[in-house]
Design a binder for this molecule. Structure first.
Ligand code: GDP
Ligand code: ZN
Length: 454
């Protein structure tokens, strides 16, 4: 991606495809006056909703609606922005876009408006990412977390950590000039204590970030079991509504590849392995391949057995084809038929739960265990979490490692140059979160996942 700071005119339909009451075309560029004059007859009054006609090159009216003009620098992108709200039909939107292009705009790339906002220092990288997260959010908890990030909560926390590290670096780097007294000085400045404070705060951020990332991304669970053991029934119980089709004909779930249920807001993506059986059927073979690919990315394995069954041999065959490192949870279903109580056995290498997908007995045990194995802490209830992405977690982990190295150096006779270097690296790692020192290809990767028009 070519991310040099550009200010040519970009345009995109900002509303989703299809028909709706209103369709919005968004335009951003360095100077939109000629553009607005060509399309609207005149530049609208800044920050007023102006009822306007949108003209084509023959001065015929394409549509009429509201024009909004936000002059630079007080706009989302920091450039001139023009928003045209017309009738929300695909033909009108296409005509308006075609007109925009003929007046000198080009089609915006995904996330390009937000990229410009970032390059013009309207947002830091965390805030820019949170814009995409808000749009992508699949739970209200995730949306709330992302909103807090957009308002700067995550950035402010990282920023305060960076400041603490800078303070420490200033003390240590100043001391480098006084080799005789350095250790005395550092001890009197309590650098050991200050480092501990920073490490502790970073740890808190990491915890809140891991939980937030769980809320955003959830966990992938592979559901394994022979036909008729009750996989679909279990999914329905967990989902508390009828999603999967329950049927008594073996092998009919093969089109259900993945379903997402939510427990305490945490998305649990359950991959049904109905398609894992050996088959010559071409359609079914495709299903098996897709399922296998999904399994490679799974976090956990759920094996469902019928408490009444005597022969579990084909389960072993299925299990042997799954990665041995996957944490597993074994469920004995249909306890209602045996008249036994639900229960859980926590063994060293596996957990076994006895339940009934039909009556719901024992389902609570399963829900709690799923959350526990996912690493979710129920009491945090979504408040104070950070919607961290994988990239943020990696940067936080790197910063943590450098701080630990600094700690070791401090305990080993204060090798000051090395200590200063570790602190510098830790600071750099944190700064990448907000987009300082961030490589263009990473930016390209981040913004390519945005939708067009944002
Ligand atoms: P799947 O093929 O593994 O998805 O199994 P289904 O969920 O379609 O269930 C197969 C049959 O077993 C259906 O008739 C269900 O009603 C029945 N079933 C599922 N779970 C239970 C249970 O816990 N108790 C009893 N008695 N029947 C169950
Ligand atoms: Zn089924």
């Amino acid at each position: 991606a070519d991310l040099e700071k550009r200010s040519d005119i970009i345009a995109a339909v900002a509303t989703p495809p299809g028909r709706g009451g209103i369709g919005i075309v968004r335009v951003s560029g360095k100077n939109l006056q000629p553009f607005a004059e060509a399309m609207l007859g005149s530049l609208p009054k800044p920050r007023y909703a102006c009822f306007s006609k949108f003209y084509d090159e023959n001065e015929q009216v394409i549509d009429q609606g509201i024009a909004l003009y936000f002059p630079a620098p007080h706009s989302y992108t920091g450039e001139d922005i023009l928003e045209l709200q017309g009738h929300g039909g695909p033909v009108i939107m296409n005509l308006l876009m075609a007109r925009c292009l003929s007046v000198g705009a080009r089609l915006a790339q995904p996330g390009e408006f937000t990229l410009r906002a970032y390059l013009n220092n309207k947002l830091d990288l965390v805030q820019a990412e949170s814009v995409a997260d808000i749009i992508e959010a699949s739970t209200s908890e995730a949306a709330r977390c992302a909103m807090r990030s957009l308002q700067g909560a995550f950035s402010a926390t990282i920023d305060s950590l960076v400041r603490l590290i800078i303070e420490l670096r200033v003390i240590i780097e100043a001391t480098l000039d006084f080799p005789e007294e350095e250790i005395d000085i550092l001890q009197s400045m309590q650098v050991g204590h200050q480092l501990a404070v920073i490490q502790d705060q970073l740890e808190q951020v990491l915890i809140a970030s891991r939980q937030g990332s769980l809320l955003q991304e959830g966990i992938k669970v592979v559901l394994v079991g022979q036909p008729n053991v009750g996989k679909s029934s279990l999914m329905n119980q967990l989902a508390e509504e009828e999603i999967a089709i329950v049927t008594e004909i073996p092998g009919t779930t093969r089109d259900t590849i993945q379903q997402t249920i939510k427990i305490e807001g945490v998305p649990i993506h359950i991959i049904d392995t109905a398609g894992l059986r050996k088959t010559d059927d071409i359609v079914e073979k495709k299903g098996i391949e897709r399922t296998q690919a999904a399994i490679q990315k799974a976090d956990m394995l759920l094996l469902l057995l019928d408490s009444n069954a005597t022969d579990n041999s084909s389960n072993h065959e299925i299990l042997n084809n799954l990665p041995a490192s996957l944490p597993r949870l074994i469920i004995y279903n249909k306890i209602d038929l045996l008249n036994i109580d639900p229960g859980i056995e926590n063994k060293a290498d596996q957990v076994i739960i006895h339940l009934s997908a039909k009556t719901g007995a024992g389902i609570t045990l399963l829900r709690q265990k799923l959350l526990e194995m996912a690493g979710w802490q129920s009491n945090n209830a979504g408040e104070g979490l950070f919607m961290a992405r994988q990239r943020h977690l990696q940067a936080l982990m790197a910063a943590k490692t450098h701080l630990e190295n600094a700690r070791l150096l401090m305990e080993n006779n204060y090798q000051l140059e090395l200590l200063a270097e570790e602190l510098r690296c830790s600071q750099t790692a944190l700064a990448t979160i907000m987009g300082e020192f961030t490589a263009d290809d990473l930016l390209g990767e981040i913004f390519s996942h945005f939708c067009i028009g944002k």
